[in-house]
Ligand binder design. Structure first.
Ligand code: PEP
Ligand code: MG
Length: 592
């Protein structure tokens, strides 16, 4: 049994077989090792791969003979000859046994030498056989990694994905019925893959550094998404302990789910809204099912990421209109595309290799850079909003007021265009902005007169305030919502919004962390937008909060409190408000 420690990004516990995705360099077989007691199994895997290759080659020879005549079948003689080379088999078995290489790595190393020997031959015919060598190498690797194919759709049963890194589009494309959870070498708590994991309720741990090169496909794993642990080949005692913990967590969640449709009204009678964040139109049923008051953030960039091409105006329109229709009276906040940085969808004529992509041509900056693409999205939003009054629009990464003014101009222009075509457009559309850049939070008072509402994007606000990349596990320890500088900016934004009389929501991951509910309520936040599965728990916590008490806590945790003090004080509050909330570690540890 081996335990890897990483960054917990999506709660829950899951047990399953590993499926290692070799995403970075398809042509290279990663240098991987097995434990001494696993070498016999690796040799067995290699033998099975050779046996399968023999059968495949025979079948191919037969097909060729049938289609092209007897002589054609002999093309594969060299393949059979390589597959029957005893010295080669011995070499590979020794590499596995002595060096503890995985079968794949042993094959790639041995075939590299084998191929070099052929290339060096003086005889042209023999030198040309190097292609047969490469062909057989690929066939063996293909057989060995059959279960390791990059395409998860070929996987039988359910697996835990292990990868060096996962892009948001890879995570978005996970077949729902196949993936139980995932573990990555890199990544931070608010990377978009982590956000998707939470939305899809997949336990996940990132920042494991060497997991993908140490774990082999087929190994049993436990993903402990609460504590950030990956247990490799767990012993029986550990397995039992985790299975029990998983049952307890499920029971806790089920008890909360029963009250999901009760309104989010505090114990002293103040009304809150708990909205959901969404990425895909098909999530709307689950959002309603979790008792959300509407959608506070529709991350529309996933429409681009999922299809890997530019969605048409009709596709945009269908996504927005169907979501708005399904929500009925409940509000839908459509955020214009936030592409760039870690969400790159197409060759968008921006230097794809920006030195600092998070500080580069991202979000509204990309919209300004490519108004032609932006226009397609705005047309669809306005058409949908013309029909469904619950729609409003939100602009990401606003840094200077001119960006918001520009967006309003574009909306007016597109509105005129649509009206000219005889289409219905809304008489008035609410235009809000994300407050996720410190410059905007510091000047929130100035923005408040231009925006119809604010939504605080803490994922980016924390990253930009603390100069800590949200996707980098090495600095994940610095990524702290309780940092007083972050709290000061949140407070300033809420105050500015309230003074100007515009609603202020929070849609970053901090909003869904039960720990901060009391503090945020005390600061005056009344609208939260969170990953759908977190809605019932947050509503329940809000129902147990007394806002007057929350205000005192917020005042007590003034601008100079250390993050440690803030966290320990808020833990006490949460334990009083809702014992066992937040998938608490204590709950899991109870059975250890
Ligand atoms: C945020 O930055 O907090 C946010 C909600 O936006 P995203 O995570 O999509 O960048
Ligand atoms: Mg953001």
């Amino acid at each position: 049994m081996e335990i890897f420690k990483g960054v917990p990004v999506s709660g829950g516990v899951v047990v399953g077989q590993a499926f290692v995705l070799d995403g970075q360099d398809a042509g290279r077989v990663p240098e991987r090792f097995v434990r001494r007691d696993e070498t016999a199994r690796e040799i067995e895997r290699y033998r099975a791969a050779v046996e399968a290759a023999r059968k495949q080659v025979e079948a191919l020879a037969e097909q060729a003979a049938q289609k092209l005549g007897e002589g054609a079948g002999s093309i594969f003689d060299a393949h059979s000859w390589i597959l029957n080379d005893k010295a080669l088999h011995k070499d590979i078995a020794q590499r596995i046994e002595r060096n503890r290489f995985t079968a794949e790595y042993a094959v790639s190393r041995a075939f590299r030498r084998y191929g070099q020997a052929f290339t060096a031959m003086k005889d042209d015919y023999l030198a040309a056989r190097v292609h047969d060598v490469q062909d057989i190498e690929q066939r063996l690797l293909g057989n060995l990694t059959g279960a390791r194919a990059q395409d998860l759709s070929e996987v039988k049963g359910q697996v835990i994905v292990v990868a060096h890194d996962l892009t948001p589009s890879q995570t978005a494309a996970f077949p729902k019925d196949k993936v139980l959870g995932f573990a990555c070498d890199v990544g931070g708590p608010t990377s978009h893959s982590a956000i998707l994991a939470r939305a899809r309720q997949l336990p996940a741990v990132v920042g494991l550094e060497k997991a993908s090169s140490s774990i082999t496909t087929g190994t049993t794993l436990i993903i402990d998404g609460n504590r950030g642990l990956v247990v490799v080949s767990p012993d029986r005692k550990t397995l039992t302990r985790y299975r029990r913990a998983a049952e307890r967590l499920a029971a806790f969640e089920a008890s909360i789910a029963r009250e999901k449709d009760l309104p989010a009204v505090s114990a002293d009678g103040l009304g809150f809204n708990v909205f959901a964040n969404m990425e895909f139109p098909e999530e709307v049923d689950s959002i309603l099912d979790h008792g959300a008051d509407g959608v506070g953030l529709f991350r529309t960039e996933f429409l681009y990421l999922r299809s890997g091409r530019m969605p048409t105006e009709e596709e945009h329109y269908e996504a927005y209109a169907s979501t708005a229709r399904r929500l009925g009276q409940k509000p839908l906040v459509i955020r214009t595309f936030d592409l760039g940085a870690d969400k790159v969808a197409w060759e968008h004529d921006v230097p794809t290799r920006e030195q600092n992509p998070f500080l580069g041509c991202r979000s509204i900056r990309l919209s300004q850079h490519r108004p032609d693409i932006f226009r397609v999205q705005l047309r669809a939003i306005l058409r949908a909003a013309g029909e469904y009054a619950n729609i409003s629009v939100m602009v990401p990464m606003i840094t200077v007021p001119a960006e918001l003014a520009w967006t309003r101009q574009q909306l007016a222009k597109v509105g005129d265009e649509l009206a000219g075509e005889g289409r219905k457009v809304p008489s008035r559309l609410r235009v809000g902005m994300m407050v996720e850049v410190p410059a905007a939070a510091l000047q929130a008072g100035c923005f408040a007169s231009q925006a119809d509402f604010f939504s605080i994007g803490t994922n980016d606000l924390i990253q930009y305030t603390l100069a800590v990349d949200r996707t980098n596990q090495t600095v994940a320890g610095l990524y702290n919502p309780a940092n007083p500088a972050v709290l000061a900016l949140i407070r300033a934004t809420i105050d500015a919004g309230r003074s100007a009389g515009i609603p202020v929501a929070m849609c970053g991951e901090m909003a869904g962390d039960p720990l901060y509910a009391v503090l945020l309520a005390g600061m005056g936040l009344r609208e939260f937008s969170v990953t759908p599965p977190l809605v019932p728990e947050l509503k329940k916590i809000i129902r147990s909060i007394r806002v007057d008490r929350a205000k005192r806590v917020a005042a007590e945790l003034g601008s100079c409190s250390s993050p440690e003090l803030v966290i320990s004080r808020l833990r006490q509050e949460l334990e009083t408000a809702l014992p066992g909330a937040g998938n608490s570690v204590a709950d899991l540890d109870a059975g250890t």
